[in-house]
Write a protein that binds this ligand. Structure first.
Ligand SMILES: *[C@@H]1O[C@H](CO)[C@@H](O)[C@H](O)[C@H]1NC(C)=O
Ligand SMILES: *[C@@H]1O[C@H](CO)[C@@H](O)[C@H](O)[C@H]1NC(C)=O
Ligand SMILES: *[C@@H]1O[C@H](CO)[C@@H](O)[C@H](O)[C@H]1NC(C)=O
Ligand SMILES: *[C@@H]1O[C@H](CO)[C@@H](O)[C@H](O)[C@H]1NC(C)=O
Length: 326
């Protein structure tokens, strides 16, 4: 009996010893794997921490810089003399306010009538993909701000109409929104920019007013106490005879352009950018965009009218009858 027991013991003991060995190897393997895992996890955590540090650093860089960048969008055609004055003046004026800005001159090179709204839409499209601007000023090239209290800094949640009716040399009606209008990019997108239906001079800014009212965005204007009035807040470089305004109305332009346009705007402006340049006028830089607008003459046949006519008859393209508003 006893022998049987010891035999059983021996056999079991051997088995135990053997399984011990396996167990030891298994445990060792486990320890190695765990150690490897710990090393990997730690390396990974190091990466994470590094990433976080970088993120925090770049965030705080943006915060401490905290600066907004303004893009001046200048709808343009045939105003070289004005542009020289504008560029040299704006550099001094805006540097003095420490406003960070870039200038984009959107030069209409097609033969259609001048279309201020479409040119601003094109300018906006360009700057939203080619610049770091987060707010814009659509700016007439012939309206030069003289009063340093006219504030070109980021307007936040409201739209800033700098060329206010009580300051503009020529236009004083309450809903006037032309000349110089500043807003953050998000607001321009929200109202779908300006209508593309306004070929020839005027009214596109009145239509924009309705868009902004409908979107319930507040319009701010410089305060009454800027110390200047309609004669000395701006210099208006405008020669009525040399720069004739294209006031012609042809086809059904008059009826259509009196209505709010719910169809066209920033999203559907049709154009080609034929070339671009960087212009340096006494160290004041501007990007010139040569833009050919496209006109669907079924929709807006008045993109070409007879000069001085308005009889509604379409004639061959008449070059350069356009006129930037101002
Ligand atoms: C610069 O800004 C100050 C303060 O607003 C003003 O007094 C001064 O006239 C400005 N200078 C120019 C060149 O605009
Ligand atoms: C414009 O407004 C901003 C913000 O209110 C202010 O910090 C800045 O000094 C103002 N600039 C001028 C020229 O008044
Ligand atoms: C532009 O630079 C030229 C050459 O330095 C200078 O004579 C001229 O007065 C400057 N023009 C303006 C408007 O600052
Ligand atoms: C012009 O507009 C009309 C009416 O919306 C449309 O049917 C036509 O396809 C357009 N033409 C071009 C060239 O886009």
């Amino acid at each position: 009996m006893m022998k049987v027991y010891t035999d059983v013991f021996r056999i079991c003991g051997n088995k135990l010893l053997r399984s011990h060995k396996i167990l030891t190897i298994f445990i060792l393997l486990c320890i190695i794997i765990v150690l490897l895992l710990i090393i990997i996890v730690q390396l990974y955590q190091c990466d994470c921490i590094f990433d976080n540090v970088e993120e925090v650093q770049s965030e705080s860089l943006v915060e401490t810089k905290g600066n907004h960048v303004l893009c001046l969008i200048i709808p343009f055609r045939d105003r070289f003399d004005e542009l020289l004055v504008f560029l040299t003046h704006m550099k001094v004026f805006l540097d003095n306010q420490s406003v960070e800005y870039q200038v984009y001159v959107v030069n209409q090179v097609d033969s259609y009538r001048f279309n201020r709204g479409s040119l601003i839409n094109v300018g906006f499209r360009h700057v939203s993909s080619h610049s770091s601007c987060d707010f814009i000023a659509m700016h007439d090239v012939d309206l030069i701000p003289l009063n340093p209290k006219l504030n070109y800094s980021y307007p936040g949640d409201s739209i800033m109409h700098i060329a206010a009716p009580h300051l503009h040399p020529k236009y004083h009606y309450k809903t006037f929104l032309g000349g110089i209008l500043m807003m953050k990019n998000a607001h321009f997108q929200l109202v779908n920019g300006l209508s593309n239906k306004y070929w020839g001079w005027g009214l596109e800014d009145d239509e924009l007013y309705v868009r902004i009212k409908e979107a319930r965005i507040r319009i701010d204007r410089p305060p009454d106490n800027v110390g200047t009035g309609i004669s000395d807040t701006f210099r208006h470089i405008h020669d009525k005879t040399r720069r004739r305004r294209d006031m012609t109305k042809c086809f059904n332009q008059k009826e259509v352009t009196r209505k709010r346009d719910r169809e066209t705007g920033l999203h559907d402006v049709q154009y080609t950018l034929s070339s671009s340049y960087v212009l340096n006028v006494n160290e004041s830089l501007a990007v010139i965009l040569n833009v050919g607008l496209k006109c669907n003459q079924t929709v807006t046949p008045w993109c070409l009218c007879r000069v001085g006519g308005g009889g509604g008859k379409q004639v061959l393209p008449v070059p350069r009858v356009g006129n930037p508003s101002g």
